[in-house]
Design a protein around this ligand. Structure first.
Ligand code: FES
Length: 683
């Protein structure tokens, strides 16, 4: 008795025998092969394209004859004439298996496409968004079997797509009736299936086959900026990325001042909620325009934000977050209609998903970092630091993950620094000080050349040299230490002590002159003793938070360090370690993850299972509250020295031995070693 033909799918390697005449798409479905289809095999969507291979395949034990698949049929011919099929491709729903065959499923025909992220990262993203398109043929109404249009749509989705149950709101019903009649009862629906609910919601309906795709917005709502990525929900491609300043800044620069504003001003919280929602709505309009897509095609949004932003976005008064025990209204994820968050520019029935918070001070932004970086899957002990005005710190490996936040303040972003500025054209972003001559050279944003290279003056003439940004001030302070111009207590030496006129008297203390642009009408840029103190406070808070987590884990060192956050991407690992921002580790074990919180938001947008994953993960994370932990103060004081008063930095010693100098003559004005703030500021 002759056997049924064998079909082998690549790259999955799945194989099985099917009666001659079985469509490739049917075989693929039965074997669980990832082959896409929006039209349900009607030959109109072209998502099911496959590439049959012919000849001898000893690996699979198959010899594929030229007539292994049925001849091209009319549907394929028509599609090829109208749209063109790539050479060698067939439509899986039309081509039938006649004899043994090997069939390749190209990446673009896979439903769960793997999206390889550009940034160095531990995870690839599998495309499986909560909202997808389904083409259905709906039965026409029948007087003898009276049912509603939605009920017949539900029956069609069940019969043709195996979707057990659907619902739709009144606004969709109003569109459904005319749409069905206009389209001859063939429509494409956007169905939202959450990871917690078996009933799918019809978000949108289009006549016939809808081919313009679906989009989502991943929004990173920070206290300073709001960044959004407009993402194609089929391919995972970022179609447009845009950001705006958070307009809540006018109510207070940092998180605590916004909480205070809410406390002091009746209606203040609502005012801030309204302001940020309007800004997000405007951002959505602009980003859709930039991406050249109809805003009505945006059906999903995900949000990551710190706890205060989280509450203000949701319209919850953040007052409880300003005082112990820092109770969140909810730490769970929130799923809701986007319209209820004031998003009017996008699809009227679009959904929003706000990632869960970890604790009262450790928000959904930290959860998103955990989703992106997956510390719980790390074999070695990894410390992840999301550097912003409020640092989120995560420490963990496969056995346990801990998290805390630490009030670093805005110094790392160039604020509270005498010549500080935001990272913008003209800002000094990198600096080196020659340990022999004590002379500086630097690079400014907008020019690739160093200041001692030919052409630097010409290239920066238009923008000028305007100040020092966050990464610049970190490097400047670390370089002062490496060049022996500043001692381990953070004291800058005088000209007499250091032998360079670059060290200038500044009141009772000294400052280091980086650049004097006064002759050209520019600023005189110095690093003052006050600047060093501000950086010391920030870095001590960061280090103390990390140490606290290490104490909880009972370790004195970590295997690797990941610097996350847009700012983290610009920090030099060596300088951060000289400063003692991060614990000692081999320099090649310090990496940057870029905007990991934003990436986490995109992952949650593109993969619905990731939402369940992060909800599970945050429940398993041990939360450490720095504000009530007495050891935080001890760690903070010890971390004030550069790099540290007591902790040895052996790895750092191998690459950057630090000169032993002391400038404390008793006459210098030191404004208080170990002074500390308890401020909460947001990224
Ligand atoms: Fe749509 Fe084949 S499944 S064309």
């Amino acid at each position: 008795m002759s056997q049924d033909p064998l079909v082998v799918f690549t790259p999955s390697g799945k194989r099985g025998r099917f009666p001659a005449g079985t469509p490739v798409l049917t075989a693929a479905r039965q074997l669980g092969v990832d082959l896409d289809s929006v039209c349900g095999g009607r030959g109109i969507c072209s998502k099911c394209q496959v590439a049959p291979s012919y000849g001898e395949f000893s690996k699979h034990g198959v010899n594929v004859a030229p007539d292994a698949l049925s001849d091209w049929n009319e549907v394929e011919d028509r599609y090829n004439r109208k749209r063109g099929l790539k050479p060698g491709r067939r439509l899986g729903c039309q081509a039938q298996i006649m004899r043994d065959v090997v069939i390749d499923v190209p990446p673009e025909s896979q439903v769960h496409k793997q999206v390889v992220r550009k940034a160095a990262s531990v995870r690839t993203m599998i495309m499986d968004p909560a909202t997808k398109l389904y083409f259905v043929s709906v039965a026409e109404p029948d007087m003898h079997e009276p049912t509603g249009d939605l009920e017949r749509l539900a029956q069609a989705l069940k019969a043709q797509w195996d979707i057990p149950d659907v619902t739709a709101d009144a606004s969709l019903l109003a569109r459904l009736q005319p749409m069905l009649r206009k389209s001859g009862f063939e429509v494409t629906v956007a169905l939202h299936k959450s990871h917690t609910d078996d009933v799918a919601q019809v978000l949108e309906v289009w006549p016939g086959l809808h081919e313009s795709g679906l989009y989502g917005l991943a929004i990173d709502l920070g206290s300073t900026t709001v960044a959004a990525h407009l993402t194609d929900l089929e391919t995972g491609d970022v179609v447009a990325a845009s950001g705006i300043m958070n307009p809540q800044i006018r109510f207070g620069e940092d998180l605590m001042s916004r909480v205070s504003y809410a406390m002091m001003n009746p209606g203040g919280a609502q005012e801030m909620t309204r302001t940020v929602r309007e800004a997000i709505d405007t951002l959505a309009t602009e980003i859709a325009k930039e991406g050249g897509i109809d805003p009505a095609l945006i059906v999903e949004t995900t949000f990551v934000c710190n706890p205060v932003m989280h509450h203000l976005l949701l319209g919850i008064d953040p007052v409880e977050l300003g005082q112990a025990p820092f109770a969140l209204a909810t730490s769970a994820s929130v799923a809701m209609p986007a319209r209820e968050l004031g998003l009017t520019a996008i699809n009227a029935r679009a959904r929003s998903y706000i990632l869960p918070c970890i604790a009262g001070h450790v928000g959904a932004d930290a959860a998103a970092v955990a989703l992106s970086e997956q510390p719980g899957k790390s074999e070695d002990l990894v410390l992840i630091v999301d550097v912003g005005t409020n640092a989120e710190i995560i420490l963990g490996d496969t056995s346990r993950v801990l998290a805390c936040s630490s009030p670093t303040g805005p110094a790392f972003e160039g604020a509270q620094i005498s010549s500080g500025q935001r990272a913008a054209t003209g800002a000094i972003e990198a600096i080196r000080i020659d340990p022999e001559t004590k002379e500086p050279r630097f690079r400014v944003i907008g020019c690739d050349k160093w200041s001692d290279e030919a052409g630097f003056a010409e290239e920066t003439a238009a923008t000028g040299i305007t100040g020092i940004c966050g990464s610049g001030i970190i490097e400047a302070v670390a370089e002062l230490r490496m060049a022996g111009l500043m001692d381990d207590s953070g004291l800058i030496g005088s000209a007499a002590q250091t032998g360079t006129d670059r060290c200038v008297a500044d009141g009772r203390t000294n400052a280091y002159l980086v650049h004097d642009g006064t002759a050209e009408g520019g600023p005189r840029i110095t690093v003052t003793q006050g600047d060093v103190r501000a950086i010391q406070l920030a870095k001590s808070a960061l280090y103390a938070g990390a140490r606290l987590l290490m104490d909880e884990r009972g370790v004195d060192r970590v295997d690797r360090v990941v610097l996350a956050g847009a700012f983290g991407a610009h920090i030099s690992a060596k300088h951060a370690m000289v400063l003692g921002m991060i614990p000692d580790a081999p320099l090649d074990k310090v990496s940057s993850a870029g905007n990991a919180a934003g990436t986490g938001a995109r992952i949650a947008l593109c993969n619905v299972a990731a939402r369940a994953e992060i909800e599970r993960t945050v429940r398993e994370i041990t939360k450490v509250e720095t504000a009530i932990e007495p050891r935080f103060q001890e760690h903070f004081v010890a971390a004030n020295a550069i790099p540290h008063k007591t902790d040895p930095f052996p790895e750092l010693g191998k690459v950057a031995p630090l000169p032993r100098v002391s400038f404390n003559t008793g006459a210098q004005g030191d404004d208080g070693d170990g002074r500390r703030r308890r401020r909460r500021r947001g990224a």
